[in-house]
Design a protein around this ligand. Structure first.
Ligand code: GTP
Length: 395
């Protein structure tokens, strides 16, 4: 199955909720009409999206991982724009004499070629209903308002079908997501230190395992440090993932100082000439002050070896927590200098919309998304693909 198929399949809960909601909204006050190609004016997009922010990072490695293999990348919007033309070509393919003939068969065929669809005029009431639907899919009030306002621009009063609304919605969502969709930058620095933070259970361990596996597959040497030294189970889990990924995991006795482990891990990674050092950390938000001290001590100590470390601080967020993810970003930004996000558990949640809210509110890069528990279930974040999966657009 293609990556798009997998993502769409796994985002089923979000997309089906949106899809059903849109169907109900259009039916409520809409009327069936011939499926003339009343496409939602793509030319309305003259307020062009800002170009994706250039990576300020100095000289990123030309082969950043994780990257989707080119073959699995979805088609871009330009490819999609071609689709209606292909569909529109089908009725024209009728044999000439049959199309000209006013007989029953000809009329039937023509009717088949233009099935009825329900359309509804885009008005304030409809926009409000769409807004509510987006809020219910965890997009948050501000983002839902912005997305619907953009949808209305140049389309107010136009009659739209569910499919046309889905397309407009997907375009608007992709516009919000485009500036933040950036793979984790890689630097020529050895070792590049990646501090991984997030609340317990958000998927840090799993994400570290998946990242280690992908970096290794991309030819990088990786070392993992099990920095949550207070929880033996967490260390054990990380060791399992290290084995799966074929990457060494440095551990320390239970209850020992995580900063001292981080220092030892730096020493080893340097000695071995490792490309990357991934440091797991504790996620006990119950005592914020302790956690802040613990994280800042890790940073202080590794900076004795490299004043620029950590080069990345990844915040791992569990998508199933919905709006809670927003407050986690706020909190962790106070605890650490978060440079990018990884969103996990997007499979099987109806709360995928939170990612749009996160992009809109914080503008932090989203490096990757977790779509399952297996080692290869970490996908690069592709805004167009995600927007289509979220809105339930079929390929
Ligand atoms: N379905 C799904 N499950 C995931 C994903 N990522 C992680 N998980 C599961 O979420 C649970 C918690 O993941 P961990 O990686 O242990 O989370 P953690 O943040 O390290 O948690 P602690 O070890 O408690 O600090 C595990 O059961 C994982 O299998 C994902 O993308 N999709």
């Amino acid at each position: 199955m293609s990556l798009f198929g997998k993502l769409k399949d796994r985002l089923f809960k979000s997309s089906s909720r949106l899809e059903e909601g849109l169907d109900a909204i259009v039916s409520d006050g809409g009327a069936p009409e011939a499926d003339a190609p009343q496409r939602a004016a793509p030319e309305d997009r003259d307020h062009a999206p800002p170009a994706p922010a250039p990576q300020e990072d100095p000289a990123p490695d030309p082969q950043p991982a994780p990257q989707a293999p080119a073959a699995t990348r979805p088609e871009g919007p330009r490819d999609r724009a071609d689709a209606p033309r292909v569909q529109a070509a089908i009725p024209q393919a009728l044999p000439e004499e049959e199309a000209a003939r006013p007989g029953i068969l000809g009329r039937l065929r023509r009717r088949d070629a233009s099935p009825q669809v329900v359309r509804r005029a885009l008005d304030d009431a409809m926009l409000e209903q769409i807004e509510e639907l987006l809020i219910a899919s965890d997009m948050g009030v501000d983002t839902a308002l912005r997305v619907t306002a953009n949808m209305a621009e140049g389309r107010f009063g136009k009659r739209l079908s569910t499919d046309e609304i889905k397309q407009v919605l997907a375009d608007e969502i992709a516009r919000v997501l485009e500036p933040v969709a950036r793979p984790m930058p890689l630097y020529p620095k050895k070792p590049q230190v990646v501090l991984v933070v997030g609340v317990n259970g958000s998927g840090k361990t799993t994400t570290i395992g998946k990242l280690a596996s992908q970096f290794k597959a991309a030819g990088k040497t990786v070392v993992i440090a099990a920095g949550d030294t207070f929880r033996a189970a967490a260390v054990g889990q990380l060791q399992v993932w290290g084995e799966r990924a074929g990457v060494p995991v440095l551990t320390a006795p239970e209850g020992s100082d995580p900063a001292s482990l981080a220092f030892d891990a730096m020493t080893r990674a340097e000695a071995e000439g490792a490309d990357l050092l991934l440091i797991d950390t504790a996620g006990r938000l119950q005592n914020r002050k302790d956690l802040m001290e613990e994280l800042s001590k890790i940073v202080r100590v590794i900076r004795k070896k490299d004043p620029e470390a950590p080069h990345n601080t990844l915040l791992v967020l569990d998508a199933t927590t919905g709006q809670n993810a927003l407050s986690q970003v706020q909190t962790f930004r106070e605890l650490a200098d978060v440079t990018g996000l990884v969103m996990t558990k997007l499979d099987g949640t109806a709360k995928g919309g939170v990612l749009v809210a996160l992009a809109d509110k914080f503008g932090l890069p989203i490096h990757a998304i977790g779509v399952g528990e297996q080692i290869d279930d970490l996908a690069p974040f592709d805004p167009d693909e995600f927007a289509r999966a979220l809105t339930g657009i079929d390929r």
